[in-house]
Write a protein that binds this ligand. Structure first.
Ligand SMILES: Cc1cc2nc3c(=O)[nH]c(=O)nc-3n(C[C@H](O)[C@H](O)[C@H](O)COP(=O)(O)O)c2cc1C
Length: 355
């Protein structure tokens, strides 16, 4: 197997140009992220809902405990990978986005990776932490351009890397405002990655690596992404069926059992589509009869459920999935879930990818 090129993101150079994508709620916690960082990739802790099973969480202190849980998670992952590269994934759509970014930086994380909305103010929150790399997630050149211009004008800062995540295959919330964009080839990696590389070279005239995400499973997929101009890949779904993944075993079991017919795209209360497994919860939602639980903490800056009560509380649904509750959880997946056939270890996946 040939050696993969070196990926430098800001001041950080992982051994391999492979990022494990942040997966919330708590699917990628300190254990998975620490193991990936220790194996030479970038391990990413998902910040969303990180307070949910903290012993001090009592409902009304959600935002305070998010900060405490974040600091603890970074510390635990760092202990597992003292020399590894660790990221925190913060969704720009979160109410406490600024507090989560700052607490992750204070806890000593190496980079903040941020999507689910455009992270327009991210450099403001990381300004006191020059070692922390800032990495937006986009699905189009247009979105990247908006970020590059705003950051340049307001903060004199460029992204340290840009993740392009294609809605065609990725898991969780998708970078598409409309349902029809989810399958639009204009949002494929083949269409967006080369255009973004060209835009960075010719318009921005800077050295910003592009990282491809969505549907990456094996070394062939990685090599194909690199041939498009990417200098790194981000993978989510493949890391779920590992011993180290932080989710309940029943979450992993659901991945192992999934077939193509089980994968659906639904409109999430965040107002964007999300890819998930068809289960009793999703079936009920599709037929218009989800009985949702009370809002946990007004955790989203835009929440259709809080506004109209017509959808469901996504925080509760994702926590239920993390805890393995098949009937009541929202099980986010990438379309590669059909390739999950056996449990693996993080080290095993890295051996398979890099030899
Ligand atoms: C269970 C699950 C949860 C996810 N949660 C998040 C999240 O909290 N924030 C985010 O930016 N991306 C999230 N993602 C997207 C992943 O980080 C990753 O970029 C994407 O799944 C890559 O595609 P792949 O799964 O085909 O490898 C999630 C994906 C999955 C499967």
């Amino acid at each position: 197997m040939s050696k993969l090129p070196t990926l430098r993101i800001g001041r950080h150079t992982p051994k391999y140009p492979i990022l494990q994508g942040g997966m919330g709620v708590k699917i990628s916690g300190s254990r998975l992220a620490g193991a990936v960082a220790a194996s030479g990739g970038v391990g990413t802790i998902a910040s969303v809902g990180i307070a949910c099973d903290h012993p001090m969480f009592r409902g009304n202190n959600y935002f305070d405990i998010n900060e405490i849980a974040m600091a603890e998670a970074v510390k635990t992952a760092r202990a597992a990978a003292p020399d590894g590269v660790l990221a925190v994934n913060c969704m720009a759509a979160l109410t406490d986005y600024d507090r989560q970014v700052i607490s992750a930086c204070e806890a000593g994380v190496d980079m903040i990776i941020s999507g689910a909305g455009l992270p327009m103010k991210l450099p403001e929150y990381t300004a006191n932490f020059p070692d922390v790399a800032v990495v937006p997630i986009v699905s189009s050149v247009k979105a990247a351009d908006l970020i590059v211009r705003k950051w340049g004008k307001q903060y004199g800062k460029l992204p340290d890397a840009i993740v392009v995540e294609t809605p065609l295959y990725a898991g969780g919330h998708l970078g598409a405002t409309k349902m029809e964009n989810v399958t639009d080839p204009a949002f494929s990696l083949e269409a967006v990655v080369p255009d973004l590389v060209k835009y960075i070279e010719e318009t921005v005239k800077a050295d910003i690596p592009v990282i491809a995400a969505g549907g990456i499973w094996d070394r062939n997929d990685i090599d194909r992404a690199f041939s498009l101009g990417a200098r790194g890949v981000q993978m989510g779904t493949r890391f779920v069926c590992t011993d180290e993944c932080d989710a309940d075993d029943r979450f992993k079991r659901a991945y192992l059992d999934a077939t193509e017919d089980d994968v659906v795209v639904i409109m999430s209360p965040v107002g964007i589509p999300g890819r998930a497994l068809r289960n009793p919860f999703v079936e009920k939602y599709i037929s218009g009869q989800v009985e949702s639980k009370p809002c946990m903490a007004a955790c989203l800056s835009h929440c259709e459920y809080l506004r109209s009560r017509t959808t469901f509380c996504i925080a509760h649904a994702l926590v239920d999935a993390y805890q393995g509750n098949w009937d009541t959880g929202l099980f986010f997946v990438g379309s590669n879930v059909v390739k999950c056939e056996k449990m693996d270890t993080v080290a095993g996946i890295f051996r398979d990818l890099v030899g």
